[in-house]
Structures are given as structure tokens and as C-alpha cells.
Ligand binder design. Sequence first.
Ligand code: PEP
Length: 255
Amino acid sequence: MRKPILAANWKMHKTVAEAVRFAEEFAKALGDEQSVDAVIAPPFHALAAVGPVLAGCSAELSAQNVHPEEKGAFTGEISPGMLADLGCGYTIVGHSERRALFGEDDAFIARKAAALLAHQIRPIVCVGESLEDREANRTLDVVGGQLQGSLAEIPSDRAAEIVVAYEPVWAIGTGRTATPEIAQEVHGFIRERLSARFGPTGAEIRIQYGGSVKPDNIRELMAQADIDGALVGGASLDATSFLQIVTFGRSEGSA
Ligand code: PEP
């Protein structure tokens, strides 16, 4: 049984005060709920302030990015050790915005994921096709290639700790969600690839869907066999909305 995992990706939003206010409200409502993994990924500047608030509940702190090196002359970057120091339990890598806007490739993402695991931080590894890929019937080729490349450095005995997020680029921030059937088709394919790569552990790896997830569509997504959670952008910026997503996702996911 895979525990549902609902993660908030705040991207470049919120002041420290706003982030703490959200975390306080969220932590109070979530309490010590153990049937779901709730994860919050604030921007870097708010990690140190949000971490101690989330320590009072079962939610975990996540970063949105990391550099694979331990330390050195990498102006503007942050290392896995630094994120561990801040109490991050998860970190998002390979988000399509990082791939498209900052030129990150699968090999670089693979190094990040392995470096995070070395610090006991679980990587949330994002994959997903563009609209152009989908329209050219290249979805499975693209997603398969990203998976192979981005997970290349994950040792089999640590595979159960990773999370894969399938985020079709055409559904991110567009209000255009993949239908549950379209999402399940790709999630099923990802599950097959994970099992081929990691053996029986592939069945333990959680696969999130991301792309315009909201309180009113999370249930039908979570009802799909291989959708184990969601990575949520826009609808995670409001505490009530994200709480609903966590609550609905949890009940459907554990049904
Ligand atoms: C995301 O940024 O990972 C995302 C899925 O965004 P949104 O929910 O806004 O589509």
C-alpha cells in the first residue's frame, strides 16, 4: 500500500510572513495525521522560518531545487547538506520550469537526485511532455527518456525513497488538467518502467500527478490505480485549498 503524498510547490511566491501564516494554519489543521504525507515547498528564503512551524505537525518541509555539489564556487546555489541542515525531508528536482527556463538536463537532474539521497532527503523527480510532444504522439518516448536519464544514479536499494511526479507541461498553470484516464495511462507506463528498472521496488514508488490540480479534481485523479498523490502549484498557495486537496486526496487514496 502506497501512502498518498500531496505536495505544495509554491514556486516564487509569498513573503516570509505569509509563508509562516500559511504554515501555522496548515499545521494546526493537519496535526499529527499519519495516513497521508503532506509536503510543503516554499521558496528558499522561507525554509528556515517554515521548518520549525511544520515540525509541530506531520507535514514535511521541501525545497524546490538543489545543486548536486556539496559546496564550492556555485554562486546562487544551495547544496543538499544545507537543505538537510534546514530540515528538508524532500526536494523537487527536474521541474519543467527548471528544464525549460534554466536548461537543466536529465544527467544534471540525476546527479541532484543521488546527492539528495546521500543526505537522506527524498527527491521528487519531475517528468512530463510538452504539448508539441503530445500532439506528435511522443509522450511515452519523452517520459520514458526523462525517467531513464533522471533516475540513472538512483541505487536500487534506495529506490523506494524516491517520488516521481508526472507533470504534463501543457497542464501546468493552464487550468487544463489531464483527464484521469490520460494521467493513468502515463502513470501506468511510468510504473512499468520503474518496475523494469528497480524490480519489485517499482511497485512501492509513489507517482504524483501535477498540472492544475484543485480540490474539485483531486478525488477522481487519486481514484486511478497508479496515481498516488499530487504536486500542486497554484491551488497550494491558499491554506484552505491545499488542506482540502490533502484531505480529499488522503481519503480517496486510502480507499
Ligand atoms: C507545478 O508547478 O508543479 C504545478 C503542477 O502547477 P499548477 O498546479 O499551478 O498547474
